[in-house]
Design a protein around this ligand. Structure first.
Ligand code: HEC
Length: 129
């Protein structure tokens, strides 16, 4: 008897769940609501030497991806809207949240202080267009 009640409850739950997904109005735009189109951030100044000669040789791309779209770290597309060059330099030197400091590891990999400055500058140009 108990099994039957559980089966009925489970089945009912499934039907309700599917029905909700099908009938849910959440993704239908409201009548008359203004549509705000926010353009996604894209890679800015891709041909900048700071990308080819510094970013692509840095530790950053392990976590932020070769195209800044992010892998285990967040996407850095549009990061310039959030942080200026100095703030990005500070993040590189001191880390942020769960990301550790990156400066020394990149210098050890053969990049220079000027490279890291150029990298911070290029990242600060990453703004949503
Ligand atoms: C080991 C993985 C890893 C590496 C290597 C790494 N990052 Fe990060 N980065 C992260 C993670 C994870 C976060 C998010 C940290 C948080 O908010 O807790 C982050 C956040 C950031 C942020 C802030 C993003 C925001 O939206 O506020 C910037 C800027 C950044 N990283 C730049 C860099 C740069 C430049 C390098 C290379 C010099 C680098 N990261 C290398 C993992 C990494």
């Amino acid at each position: 008897m108990y099994k039957w009640i559980m089966a009925v409850l489970f089945f009912g739950g499934c039907v309700f769940g599917v029905g909700y997904l099908v009938l849910s109005p959440s993704d239908k735009p409201e009548e008359g609501a203004e549509t705000v189109i926010k353009k996604p951030a894209v890679l800015v100044a891709e041909s900048d030497p700071a990308n080819k000669n510094v970013y692509q040789k840095s530790t950053c791309l392990m976590c932020h991806g070769t195209d800044l779209k992010g892998t285990m770290g967040p996407s850095l597309l549009g990061v310039g809207d959030k942080h200026d060059k100095d703030a990005i330099m500070k993040i590189i030197k001191e880390g942020v949240g769960t990301m550790g400091a990156q400066y020394d590891a990149n210098i050890a990999q053969g990049l220079t202080d000027a490279d890291m400055n150029a990298l911070a500058e290029w990242l600060s140009k990453q703004k949503a267009q």
